[in-house]
Write a protein that binds this ligand. Structure first.
Ligand code: PHE
Length: 518
């Protein structure tokens, strides 16, 4: 029997619930946990940040994760197909999410390529003593200013090519043989490697200074709206929610699967990893400050690419017998990033496969090649760093928040399917959702997210971002959001090629769920 993408019946599945959980953790735990969380927490109130962070986890993170799960698992498709089955007009939301995935995947791959190079450099501390100059000039050959260049940087292009080839192979192998295997191998390896790194880090001289810097609460931060915004964005990016990925991943779950309990495991694992990364990274920074005889607060570059590729190499250079430390750090970055990248590209590839009725292989190769070409031309060049920073800012602070608002409001208020999805989850899961879940995804979430989005848009319009020129922000910042909207519309109006969806049967049936009291 051919694997027709649209039929729920012969849809491929994970080999076990454990496979699904590992893959979902693999998607969630990524660059966001290692290079984003520690810096964001430090900037946003240190120890006090944990309060908005945990509130964001409970009020938006887990509830929207459950929503993604229920949509994918019930309607058995990547975001466009699943949302279309929920209610026809929602297909466009699925494509908007798919466009965001595509946009994120093309730069995310570049960061993994850098990490791969640095993994190799760790064997000889190749970055020398001036790690800033090494990263910007020797490695990236970055231009002084943001701009557009077509000069490829060989040092980035080669590992980037390796990343894309591997991605295409894994996707072509399919969900159980490709995606699941990578995670079943990768996640335990990551936990061991990163665990060892954290243990080493906390025993370094000066580690406690770093931990004090990270965890000493600045309670005043709690009254700052931006701190709350930072907490919610971190939760979204980190848990990979409202991007359509979790919809696609749960569409490969069996019909009977304990969804909410798995979600709790995934959410807990992701946040634990995040806090662990904060502990490891800040212990190491405490050590660096200690060696340089300065306070941790006086160190520069405590977040983003600079933290991983400039500050961390400086830490490593200060350590005796540092090869292992560097190898563990960059190795962890590669694995964590790679398993997330797999999920990003899966989300796009399955969406395209279902819409155009392609085979899994054709979809994997087509999507992989197109993504790779864009990835090379924008991010393996001498202006890659600047473009990456800009695209990342807008895709994550504007794009995904918009996606979350539109999705929750459409499902709960327009299509009125919130309670159906709640009963669906309750019918198959052991952790039951009460009506409070509808309140969170239908009222609390959308209100808070809207406030946050408006504030962010006002900030970006009035202050720009990182001092980049206006034209640059218009093209690569707002242009990114615009591209996602236009792409979403074009993919939605494209025809499903006559494949009709009439034989799709949701299970358990709507009638059955109607009769369920809980
Ligand atoms: N959650 C991943 C991380 O923390 C990144 C990611 C975002 C993956 C969105 C998929 C979708 O790095």
């Amino acid at each position: 029997m051919t694997e027709t993408a649209n039929s729920g019946a012969q849809r491929q599945t994970w080999t076990s619930n454990r496979g699904f959980i590992l893959a979902a953790i693999g998607s969630a735990v990524g660059l966001g946990n290692i290079w984003r969380f520690p810096g964001v927490a430090y900037d946003s109130g240190g120890g006090a940040f944990l309060i908005p962070y945990l509130i964001a986890l409970v009020t938006a993170g887990l509830p929207i994760l459950f929503l993604d799960y229920s949509i994918g698992q019930r309607f058995r498709g990547a975001a466009p197909l699943a949302l279309r089955r929920l209610t026809k007009r929602a297909e466009v939301i699925g494509w908007f999410q798919t466009m965001l995935l595509f946009i994120i995947s093309v730069y995310y791959a570049a960061v993994i390529a850098w990490a791969l190079s640095y993994f190799y450099f760790s064997f000889g501390n190749k970055w020398g003593s001036d790690t800033t100059a090494f990263f910007l000039s020797d490695y990236l050959h970055a231009t002084d200013e943001a701009g557009v260049s077509t000069d490829l940087v060989a040092g980035v292009a080669w590992p980037l090519a390796a990343v894309w080839v591997l991605i295409i192979v894994i996707l072509a192998l399919g969900i159980a043989n490709g995606v699941e295997k990578v995670n079943v191998i990768g996640i335990p390896l990551l936990i061991l490697g990163f665990g060892a790194l954290v243990i080493r880090a906390v025993t370094l001289p000066g580690a406690t200074d770093g931990l004090n810097a990270l965890f000493t609460p600045d309670w005043g931060a709690l009254t700052d709206l931006n701190v709350w915004i930072a907490a919610y964005s971190q939760i979204f990016f980190s848990m990979s929610i409202a991007f359509g990925i979790m919809i696609a991943y749960s569409s490969f779950q069996r019909r009977r699967a304990n969804m909410t309990s798995s979600g709790l495991v995934v959410g807990f694992a992701n946040s634990s990893f995040e806090i662990l990364a904060g502990i490891g990274v800040f212990s190491a920074l405490g050590f660096l400050a200690n060696q340089q005889g300065v306070g941790v607060g006086e160190l520069e570059g405590l977040t983003g690419p600079i933290l991983s590729f400039v500050t961390f190499p400086a830490v490593i250079s200060e350590m005796p017998g540092s090869v292992l430390f560097g190898v563990l750090f960059f190795g962890s970055l590669v694995i964590a990033g790679f398993t997330s990248l797999v999920s990003l590209v899966v989300g796009v590839s399955i969406a395209v496969q279902e819409k155009f009725g392609l085979s899994q292989r054709t979809a994997a190769v087509t999507v992989g090649v197109v993504s790779a070409v864009v990835s090379f031309s924008l991010f393996a060049t001498t202006t890659g760093l600047w473009t990456l920073d800009t695209v990342d800012q807008y895709a994550n602070n504007v794009g995904v928040v918009l996606s979350a608002i539109v999705m929750t409001v459409s499902v709960v208020w327009v299509a009125r399917k919130g309670d159906l999805l709640r009963r669906h989850l309750n019918a198959i899961s052991t952790f039951k959702l009460g009506r409070w879940w509808l309140v969170l995804i239908g009222i609390v979430g959308p209100i808070f997210l809207t406030v946050m989005l408006v504030q962010k848009v006002i900030d970006l319009i009035s202050d720009g971002y990182e001092g980049y020129p206006d034209w640059y922000l218009n093209v690569f910042g707002w242009g990114t959001v615009g591209l996602a909207v236009v792409g979403a519309i074009l993919f939605t109006v494209a025809s499903w090629g006559g494949r009709d969806d009439k034989d799709f049967q949701a299970w358990p049936s709507d009638e059955f769920l109607e009769g369920q009291k809980r």
